[in-house]
Ligand binder design. Sequence first.
Ligand SMILES: Cc1ncc(COP(=O)(O)O)c(C=O)c1O
Length: 332
Amino acid sequence: MREFSTIPRLNIGHGPTPLEYAARLSKTLDCSLYIKRDDCTGLAGGGNKTRKLEYLMAEAQALGADTIVTVGGIQSNHARQSAAAAAKFGFACELVLENVPGVPQADYHQNGNVLLDELLGANIHRITHTQCCDDYCADLIEHLKKQGKKPYFIPVGGSNVIGSLGYVRCAIELLEQIKQQQLEIDQIVLASGSAGTQAGLLAGLIACGSNIRVLGINVSRTEQQQTQLVTRLLEQLLSYLDLEPRQARDVVHTNGDYFGSGYGIATSAMIDAVKLCASQEGLLLDPVYTGKAMAGLLDLVRCGDISGDSKQLFLHTGGSQGVFAYRELFTQ
Ligand SMILES: Cc1ncc(COP(=O)(O)O)c(C=O)c1O
């Protein structure tokens, strides 16, 4: 395997993030539930993108870039953390934010993450979901170059090979904590979107010889589509790490039953899961990712697909800033 510790990385996150036992939720569920608190990575509210940005920003610096360009939905947590990382390291930040149809209207366009993006000094480009995001970004990058800027483009969710290295590192950190706490974890459950978190975590587990199962709860795609997306990125990541890409076969598990009618569109199970975790654990989830992932985990335990005897670990990937954008759902 490639010498992992020598890959350039900027130290941004507060880590190791805690690994906690969720005592009250475990009792309610009748199943042992541990939570890896990657909502506590520290960068402007934290979340999973901090770990990806440690590697992406290192590459941007190495290439002599001065402007970060990235994309996401209006309430993108990735955009917020990218804006924060750009501010921290003295880059300009251009965010191309796509409108998401079917979401609440009162606060979605001004509150939550997008409010913080502005506060963090990002220049925001709002586009409709019918506009072509790739074309818009290509034009923007051309324009910035003509102005003498040196843009560095980060794809949606920071989910390329470089960004996903953040979750290889997370897997190493997590296995160390599991060992220290003398736990035996049967499965890690997480929200799976642009795929870098799940692919990175799996690559790290494979690199360390661990066979803990990882289940992604999809936030916008069917099981087949998401499994393909994660597998492709995992293969690339394994090749980058000088590991055998065939090890990506049969280790990617995703579930497309819990995202409802689309990305960012609320489900009643998500609202219940967000309320349950807040009221029983003092734990803040989000409406787009962790709320739906937790709804999936709760349902799989309740219907017996996940055994009550098992030890489940929920990777909390952050995003609670998003609840302010969905205020009307939680105040009824
Ligand atoms: C809070 C939160 N959880 C999970 C995810 C999904 O991670 P990934 O895009 O790496 O699959 C995201 C992505 O934006 C996120 O913001």
